[in-house]
Design a protein around this ligand. Structure first.
Ligand code: ADP
Ligand code: ZN
Ligand code: ZN
Length: 821
């Protein structure tokens, strides 16, 4: 008897073992997907991690129901990466499985109920039973969730379904919904009996009274090459045929009814194939060549190299040269980007050089396309040599990875926040590369302090590129003290007179402007002028953001929306004022000041679809829009040619953020957004508005002095013991009742303290203490760098198990954020 250990798409600590019916033996491999029952009447797609013949003891073993893949859909190394992620980031293999595979490869289960039409009631049915049967008479196949919609609200229908099942009135079937369907198109062929020339000829007369049908038939014969060679016809799609013949579907149906045409489905791929390389690679200039040589020299000794190059120094050109070298050596490249917004520009640049050797992988792509890329990458031949993608592309199969490029390595979007696995794609990519013996290049103008620290310590190589391409100058950064101006009543809304004057000058000279504000929506807060009441989310401990365009209030934590209040519910006053500036309000104001300028806004709200990004960027690139307002999205490596002025509207919101990385992050954002200013022939100008011009980090931005920022921040972090001088693990506990969460957190913190003493802080209420109706407590653990990670993890997981075994805490959620951002 054979058994399989599988990973289920559920947050379970362990693998589960199923027996393999004899009929399925030989059809399954390690890495195949199988369908297994789990829990009550639920079926899941599970992944086979191991096949063996040791019967497990202690529980009843169920059978595998079906094998989906005779061949593995994971390459052997991928399991090892999954295991590393689960163990390092303190989550389950099921969490990793869910994040790794596109949803089309994970089937869902829904119970379908069908009516037994032969059933005759011999004993009276209850009212609810009769209702269900009536519903099923109207529609004889429904899933339980659907039936429940019409039933009495709030009451579980399962017992009713159960009793009907026992009486034989209904059947139940578990139907697995296959959400990935291969894409097909209808193609046309000649019907049986019409596929020879002798049979076709007479039709020309017979169809004389149906000229449209005749014309359509003639077109088909032409397109398929029938008269050239009737035995090897070219395949013709129905759509193409109708279009080329300019015919109606009616004419087609006419021929199909006569049996002259038949249609059949043909599987076509979704991945577009028509990209050919059109240009040669640009030669590197002297500084770039020197950096390139330094990188390749570094790779002889080290696996990871940091390329610290100022904005517009041509880092992307260096990547392109490295990519070419790698694929010429027959190895694959993974090119990671922090954000979908960036893929458009980079894709265009890379496609021009590498044509269809490059595949793009990101979450805004339809799932079916992601499935196809996955399957293409599994093949030993014919896969993409280069994958360009965001975070989740580290999960793709790679046969022979030679190089990973992590562009804008400092970006926090590389870290997944919610749900688990809370992995960092950069760090995961380094582990992935290690498994393949591949090299990693981390590129950025503003390295993360963690990475720079590793480079200075010699763990990573370090290559600097200090000059911009064609000696373009770095922008002139001018500080404007808005506290002083506000006191003198000289501000025009969020704009200083200086900023408006520079924007006006730029527009007059047909140059472009970027305005950066790191808050979306219209106003981050609404407040009653009389009593100070502030509308808050019912589910979270957060004040609501006013979105004027949508005319609603939104919670940025859980997404809940509310009507805009017109009266203060606390005191009845109508004097509700909005405070602060979101991108939407900035847009309103700037349109009022410059009614003739074309203004666009790029933030989460305006870029929900993939095409929206592309349109905003291409409109700005081509000069159709003059002013671009945006959140941190506009800071990320976008390359524009005519931007002469960049306005940073309020540095303080970034600086006051309660996190030890706030100043590092503010420096990075400001330096990056400043880097968008300037043109080939003209130095750019940045207006930096702040209430705290005296802060060192402001000076460091103005001087573009990364090293000064690094030294100052690491100085503070040594004293207060923060990364990179320790490793952080946050432990979160969530519960509907605040007392339960607090009690559990106190117990857990005390246990962890017995092992780690002073290194444990808390429990505390995090800045947002309640999200989606759950109260949150947080324990912080600061681990010394020398400590064994695996011992710590084992200790934490054991403590967690012990805590959850306590009856009081059975509905408590415990999760971890390792290396939090
Ligand atoms: P970075 O990635 O460092 O911000 P880019 O690679 O985007 O810089 O380069 C900035 C601009 O300079 C781009 O428009 C790029 O095409 C151009 N450029 C940089 N290096 C070269 C080169 N060697 N040949 C031609 N154009 C270059
Ligand atoms: Zn009030
Ligand atoms: Zn909320």
């Amino acid at each position: 008897m054979l058994y399989v250990d599988v990973i289920l798409p559920l947050p379970l600590a362990n693998r589960y073992t199923y027996s393999l019916p004899e009929a399925l033996e030989g059809q399954v491999a390690e890495g195949s997907r199988v369908i297994v029952p789990f829990g009550r009447k639920k079926f899941y797609t599970a992944l086979v991690a191991r096949i063996h013949s040791d019967p497990p003891a202690g529980y009843e073993i169920k059978d595998v129901v079906e094998v989906l893949d005779p061949h593995p859909i994971l390459l052997p190394g991928q399991f090892r990466l999954w295991e590393w992620i689960a163990s390092y980031y303190l989550c389950t293999p099921g969490d990793v499985y869910k994040a790794a595979l596109p949803s089309g490869m994970k089937l869902e289960s829904e119970t379908i109920v069908t009516l037994n039409t032969d059933y005759e009631a011999d004993i009276p049915l209850s009212v609810r039973e009769q209702q269900v049967l009536d519903q099923l008479t109207a529609d004889p196949e429904q899933c339980i969730t659907q039936l429940e919609k019409h039933a009495e609200p709030g009451r579980n229908l399962l017992p009713v379904v159960n009793s009907l099942l026992a009486k034989g009135a209904i059947h139940i079937k578990e139907e697995l919904k296959r959400s990935y369907k291969p894409k097909t198109e209808a193609r046309v062929k000649l019907g049986k009996g019409f596929d020879t020339e002798e049979r076709i000829r007479p039709l020309f007369d017979e169809l004389a009274r149906a000229p449209k049908q005749l014309a359509l038939l003639m077109k088909y014969l032409e397109l398929s090459g029938f008269f050239n060679n009737a035995s090897t016809l070219r395949e013709v799609s129905r759509k193409e045929l109708l279009a080329r013949a300019d015919a109606t579907p009616a004419a087609f149906t006419g021929l199909a009814e006569k049996g002259i045409f038949e249609t059949y489905q043909y599987e076509v791929g979704r991945l577009d194939k028509a990209h050919t390389a059109t240009i040669d690679i640009n030669p590197l200039n002297e500084a770039q060549q020197a950096a390139f040589d330094a990188i390749t020299a570094c790779f002889r000794e080290k696996n990871v190299c940091l390329l610290h190059g100022v904005t517009s120094s041509g880092k992307t050109e260096i990547y392109i040269h490295l990519i070419r070298r790698t694929i010429e050596a027959g190895r694959q490249v993974l090119y990671l980007l922090p954000e979908i917004a960036l893929t458009t520009q980079i894709t265009e640049r890379l496609r021009r050089v590498f044509g269809n050797r490059i595949g793009i992988y990101h979450s805004k792509f339809p799932d079916a396309e992601r499935v196809e890329i996955w399957q293409k990458q599994l093949k030993p031949e014919g896969h993409y040599d280069i994958i360009l993608g965001v975070r989740s592309s580290v999960f793709l199969p790679f046969h022979n990875l030679g190089l990973v490029i992590v562009d804008e390595e400092h970006e926090t979007t590389y870290k997944q926040q919610d749900p688990a696995p809370r992995y960092h794609a950069r760090d995961t990519a380094i582990v992935l590369a290690g498994m393949h013996g591949a090299k990693v290049l981390l590129g950025t103008a503003t390295p993360s302090i963690d990475t720079y620290h590793n480079a200075l310590a010699g763990k990573y190589g370090l290559v600097q590129l200090g000059e911009r391409y064609k000696d373009m100058q770095l922008p002139d950064i001018r500080i404007v003290d808005i506290k002083e101006l506000a006191r003198k009543k000289m501000m025009n809304g969020p704009f200083s007179p200086d900023l408006l004057a520079e924007v006006r000058r730029a527009l007059e000279q047909h140059e472009q402007v970027i305005l950066f504000q790191n808050r979306r929506g219209f106003a981050p807060m609404v407040e009653c002028r009389v009593c100070g009441w502030v509308p808050k989310c019912k589910n979270c401990d957060v004040s609501l953001t006013y979105h004027k365009g949508l005319n609603q209030m939104t919670c940025h934590y859980c997404g809940a929306t509310y009507d805009v209040p017109h009266l203060c519910p606390a005191c009845g006053s109508v004097e509700l004022v909005n405070r602060g500036f979101g991108t939407e309000k900035i847009e309103d104001h700037i349109r009022a000041v410059f009614p003739d300028a074309k203004v666009a806004r790029m933030d989460l709200d305006t870029t929900r679809s993939r095409s929206a990004y592309e349109r905003i960027i291409s409109d700005f690139q081509s000069g159709r829009t003059h002013i671009l307002i945006g959140t941190q999205m506009v800071s990320k490596g976008l390359d524009f040619d005519h931007v002469s002025v960049v306005g940073i509207l309020n540095a303080d919101t970034m600086l006051n953020y309660p996190d030890f990385r706030a100043h590092e992050r503010a420096f990075q954002l400001m330096a990056q957004v400043a880097g968008r200013a300037g043109r080939r022939d003209k130095r750019g100008l940045v207006i930096l508005q702040t209430k705290s011009p005296e802060l060192p980090v402001i000076r460091q931005v103005v001087a573009n002095d990364y090293r000064a920022m690094y030294d100052e921040q690491t100085g503070e972090r040594t004293v207060f013991h923060y990364p990179p001088f320790c490793r952080l693990i946050y432990v979160y506990l969530k519960h509907r009742k605040e007392e339960v969460a607090a009690q559990a957190a106190n117990i857990l913190a005390a246990w962890i303290r017995t092992a780690f003493g002073e290194r444990v802080l808390g429990p505390d209420k995090p800045p947002v203490g309640r999200v989606q109706l759950l109260f949150i407590k947080k324990i912080v653990i600061k681990l010394d760098l020398g400590m064994s990670g695996s011992k710590v993890r084992d200790y934490l997981l054991t403590a967690q198990q012990r805590l959850l075994a306590d009856e009081r805490f059975h509905s408590l959620t415990v999760y971890y954020d390792v290396d939090p951002m």
